[in-house]
Design a protein around this ligand. Sequence first.
Ligand SMILES: Cc1cc2nc3c(=O)[nH]c(=O)nc-3n(C[C@H](O)[C@H](O)[C@H](O)COP(=O)(O)OP(=O)(O)OC[C@H]3O[C@@H](n4cnc5c(N)ncnc54)[C@H](O)[C@@H]3O)c2cc1C
Length: 413
Amino acid sequence: MVGGGPAGLTFARVLHRHDHPVTILERDSAPDARPPGGTLDLHDQLGQLALDKAGLLAEYHALSRPEGQAMRILDTDGTVLRDWRPRPDERANPEIDRGQLRDLLLGPMDVQWGRGVTEVVPGTRDGVLVRFADGREETFDLVVGADGAWSRVRPALSSATPHYTGVTYVETSLDDVDTRHPDLARLIGDGSMAVYGVNRALVAQRNSGGHVKVYAQFRAPLDWHTNPDRHLGLNGRAGQDAGTGTGRDVGTGVGTGRDTGMDDSMDASTDAGLDLGDVEAVRSSLLALFDGWAAPVLDLLCHGTAFAHRPLYVLPASHTWTHVPGVTLLGDAAHLMPPLGVGANLGMLEGAELAESVVAASSPGDLDKAVHAFEEQMWARASNRAKFTMAGLDRLVSPDPAQAIALFDEVQS
Ligand SMILES: Cc1cc2nc3c(=O)[nH]c(=O)nc-3n(C[C@H](O)[C@H](O)[C@H](O)COP(=O)(O)OP(=O)(O)OC[C@H]3O[C@@H](n4cnc5c(N)ncnc54)[C@H](O)[C@@H]3O)c2cc1C
């Protein structure tokens, strides 16, 4: 199994529960080699079901934050438009920090850290050949690519590559919000808070321990920072020349946000425009982008000590491939979609389901049939979710902010 994210670790943990051998290959040099990222809400019919299959549901409930299901929407003038709070017994989508989830899934499992895969070659005499960044090679009977957006396993099955959606997130964070920024703590509430404007939004999400992630979201071309005044506009024109999503931006990988959510700092850009490594310059640029919004809302951008650049990429919504014995994909490697609360959930359920199929297979022929059947089921389910999240992103970061509120009204009801 290649990749120790939520999808891969769930796959491995369910195999581990059934005493089925699995080799976990992860590029990071250690579990804490980089910050784990923000919070995830795990749905009862997806991520929670997967944790149940892994025997970890009770531990998840002990760690998770049901109160984090709260959601507020504010107008750009600071007026509260919506204020949803969960019932005390509501357990449909409790939040959990990514780091806590990773540690829960890891449990007693052995991971081969620092083993970046560069290439996978199916159909060799000894099985599926895996090449590593350090030049070594090994063969396996089944290789499962759970290595995320920029998967190195995927080219063995498919020529698809992610394309830019036209929407970029710039992320910052606040620590000890309740003691250091009590006004912001009240504004955010117990869970998430969002403010929607024309082609832009500000979203804040509580993590555990008073940590808050703040996302400035806007439509812009991938190279917006080379001339932010022209690209972003300061009068409602943001994103008019945004990427078309045709794939022409693929691989330019501005900044370090290529893994959609897995990187944590901006690169120092050498471009003549905005220096993405200059915290105060990025802050000023964002404050200009949200100019005219209420001061208490803009205060979300005023305290962070770093900004991470995360252009959002997606794979085609109906991404499939011709089945190849011995190799498959799951999670973002198979179906990268906009971050609307689904990707990790789907990947985890796929991981659990594939592991159960592997355990149930009694011969290599059976195993291959089971993997093929798993793929068909994954494609159908993921394609629906990908279309839904892409349409959702279009409404959340939209020329008509009322669309975003309407979307929440539909989902919350
Ligand atoms: C801002 C944001 C908020 C989100 N919120 C939610 C949410 O609330 N709920 C939800 O369900 N989803 C959410 N998502 C989506 C979610 O983060 C992803 O869908 C999920 O992380 C995908 O899991 P994965 O295991 O497939 O891939 P990843 O999490 O990307 O993990 C891939 C792993 O593979 C490793 N790897 C990469 N390349 C190699 C290689 N060549 N060799 C070896 N290892 C490699 C990486 O180091 C990593 O550990 C959000 C995304 C973003 C950006």
